[in-house]
Design a protein around this ligand. Structure first.
Ligand code: ATP
Ligand code: MN
Length: 466
C-alpha cells in the first residue's frame, strides 16, 4: 500500500511548501495517528488521513465526516501522503496542485476495526471528533463513501463547560452555547437547544441559500411570544471569523450610510446565530461578490399572501396560474411555503437592471388580477384582499428580503419555510396539507433531498414583452 509516487509526481518541491517525503519511508505497520485537514481549495473540503504502513492513507471528504450514526458521505480516495503531512498547514500557491489554504481541523489517534482493500473501519479519538467510521468502496472504479457507525458510549462533539453553557467546536471554531433548555415555542416546548439542533442538521441544504447573501435576522431571546425586530446591522457583535459585508443602507432614517451585514457561509456562523435565538433568516434575491460587490438579482419571487378567509389553499390555485405564465415565458418556477400563512414562488433569472424583476413580476400579477379579479389582487391595499390572494411582486425590490428556504418561522409551532414540488401544490385541499415543522422537514429532506436545487442553476433572461 506504500506508494508516494503519485504524491511526488503531482508536486514540485520548489513551488509548494508541502513536505517532501523521505526517500525511503519507514516500512511496516504500526502508527495510529490521524489528521483531518480543512482544505480551502477550489471547493472547501476535508482531507482525512490515516497513518498506515509508513504513509498517510488519504480521503477527500467534501462534507467532512458524518455526524449522525447511519449517515453516509462521499469520501474520494486520494493518493497516499507522507507522514510529514500529519502536521502540515499552510498556503499552497495558486496554480499548484491543491492550491488554497490548508488548516488542521482535528488530529489524534485511531483504532483499526477492519482494514481490507475495499473497507476500512476505524475508531477516531481526536480532539473534536470521537467515533466509529467505516470507509468503503461500493464497487470497482466507484467513489468511496464513509458511514458513521453507532457509537454506544461516546458523543460526537464532546461538550466542555457546564451542561447549560457548553462550549462546542464547530468546524474548528469554539462556540459557547447558552440557555439550551429555554423554551422558545411554548405551545410545543421546542427549546433553543432544539433550534440549534435543527439548524445544524438542516445546514447541508440550507447553507447554499444563505451563501453570499447578506442576512437579515429575527431574534427571539424570549421566545416567539416575546419581542423581536428585523436586525440587519449584525456585524458589530460577530466573532471576527464571521464573514461580513458593508452595504449602503437604502432609505435609512437613522442617518447611517452603510449597514454591516453578516453573511452565513458556513455551519459555525449558523450555529452562532441559532445560539443568539435567531429563529428567522431572511435574504435578498441577489448575492454579493467575493469583495462585497452587489450583484443584480438572480431570483424572481412572487410572495402570495392570502387575505382571510382565504388560506394557502387559494394561494395554491393562484400559484398554478403563475406557473403557467412563467413556463410560457421560458422560466422554471419553484414553490415553497412561507412557513407562515402563504406561499412563495421563485424562478432563477438573469437580469442586468436590478429593477427588472419587480417590473416583470408586477406585470404578471396585474395580468392575473385582471383575468380573475375575484381571486387575485395585485395592489398593496389590505382591505381589497378579503378572501383573495395578494401577489406581492414588490418583494423583488432589491431593498427587500424574503425568508430563506428551510428557515424556521416564529409562529406558534416551529414551522419551516418548506420547498415543495408542484404535485403538492396541485393536491393541496386544506391548509394543514402544507404545514411542515422542523422534524418533518428533516425527514422530508432525508427522503427526498433538496427539492429546490434547481433554483441555484443560472436562469434565463426575462422576456421583453412584460
Ligand atoms: P406569510 O406567508 O404569512 O405572508 P411571509 O414571510 O411571506 O409570511 P410577509 O409579511 O408576506 O411574510 O412578508 C414577506 C417577507 O418580507 C418576509 O418573509 C420578510 O422577509 C420581509 N419582511 C416583512 N416585514 C418586514 C419588515 N418589517 N422588515 C424587513 N423585512 C420584512
Ligand atoms: Mn407573504
Amino acid at each position: 500500500m506504500v506508494d508516494l509516487g503519485e504524491y511526488r509526481r503531482r508536486r514540485d518541491p520548489r513551488r509548494t511548501p508541502e513536505p517532501v517525503p523521505a526517500e525511503n519511508p519507514p516500512a511496516g505497520a504500526g502508527g495510529n495517528r490521524f489528521v483531518i485537514q480543512q482544505h480551502h481549495a477550489r471547493r472547501l473540503h476535508y482531507d482525512v488521513r490515516l497513518e498506515r504502513d509508513g504513509v498517510l492513507v488519504s480521503f477527500a471528504v467534501p462534507k467532512n465526516l458524518p455526524t449522525q450514526p447511519g449517515e453516509v458521505h462521499l469520501a474520494v480516495h486520494t493518493e497516499d501522503h507522507p507522514l510529514e503531512y500529519l502536521t502540515f498547514h499552510g498556503e499552497i500557491p495558486k496554480g499548484e496542485y491543491g492550491a488554497g489554504s490548508m488548516t488542521i481541523w482535528d488530529s489524534g489517534r485511531y483504532e483499526t476495526e477492519k482494514w481490507t482493500d475495499n473497507e476500512i473501519a476505524v475508531i477516531l479519538h481526536g480532539e473534536h471528533i470521537h467515533g466509529r467510521f467505516v470507509f468503503f468502496s461500493p464497487g470497482e472504479g466507484q467513489n468511496w463513501m464513509v458511514r458513521r457507525r453507532p457509537d454506544p458510549d461516546a458523543a460526537q462533539s464532546v461538550p466542555t463547560g457546564s451542561v447549560h453553557a457548553p462550549t462546542v467546536t464547530v468546524e474548528g471554531r469554539q462556540l459557547k452555547l447558552s440557555n439550551l433548555d429555554k423554551v422558545l415555542y411554548p405551545a410545543t416546548g421546542f427549546s433553543k437547544g432544539e433550534v440549534i439542533d435543527y439548524y445544524t442538521r438542516i445546514a447541508p441544504v440550507l447553507l447554499p441559500y444563505l451563501a453570499d447573501r447578506p442576512v437579515t435576522l429575527r431574534r427571539y431571546p424570549d421566545g416567539v411570544d416575546g419581542q423581536s425586530f428585523f436586525e440587519k446591522n449584525t456585524a458589530r457583535h460577530a466573532p471576527d471569523w464571521v464573514r461580513t459585508v458593508e452595504l449602503p443602507t437604502p432609505g435609512s432614517t437613522k442617518g447611517a450610510a452603510t449597514t454591516h451585514f453578516a453573511v452565513v457561509d458556513d455551519l459555525a456562523t449558523l450555529v452562532w446565530l441559532a445560539n443568539l435565538a435567531v429563529l428567522e433568516l431572511h435574504v435578498p434575491q441577489w448575492t454579493v461578490g467575493p469583495r462585497g460587490a452587489q450583484h443584480p438579482p438572480d431570483l424572481l419571487v412572487f410572495d402570495l399572501d392570502p387575505g382571510p378567509p382565504a388560506t394557502v389553499v387559494e394561494c395554491c390555485r393562484v400559484a398554478e396560474r403563475v406557473l403557467v405564465v412563467l413556463e410560457h415565458d421560458g422560466l422554471t418556477g419553484y414553490p415553497k411555503t412561507s412557513g407562515g400563512k402563504g406561499l412563495q414562488i421563485y424562478a432563477p433569472v438573469r437580469v442586468r437592471d436590478p429593477e427588472r424583476t419587480s417590473t416583470y413580476a408586477r406585470a404578471v400579477a396585474e395580468q392575473l388580477a385582471e383575468q380573475t379579479p375575484q381571486l387575485v389582487v395585485s395592489r398593496m391595499a389590505k382591505p381589497a384582499r378579503t378572501g383573495k390572494v395578494f401577489i406581492d411582486w414588490s418583494q423583488n425590490n432589491p431593498a427587500k428580503t424574503t425568508v430563506a428556504p428551510y428557515a424556521l418561522r416564529a409562529r406558534e409551532r416551529p414551522t419551516v419555510s418548506t420547498p415543495l414540488d408542484w404535485g403538492e401544490v396541485r393536491r393541496c385541499r386544506q391548509p394543514s396539507d402544507l404545514v411542515f415543522t422542523a422534524p418533518e422537514v428533516l425527514a422530508r429532506v432525508q427522503r427526498r433531498g433538496d427539492l429546490w436545487a434547481g433554483t441555484r442553476q443560472p436562469g434565463p433572461p426575462l422576456p421583453h414583452h412584460r
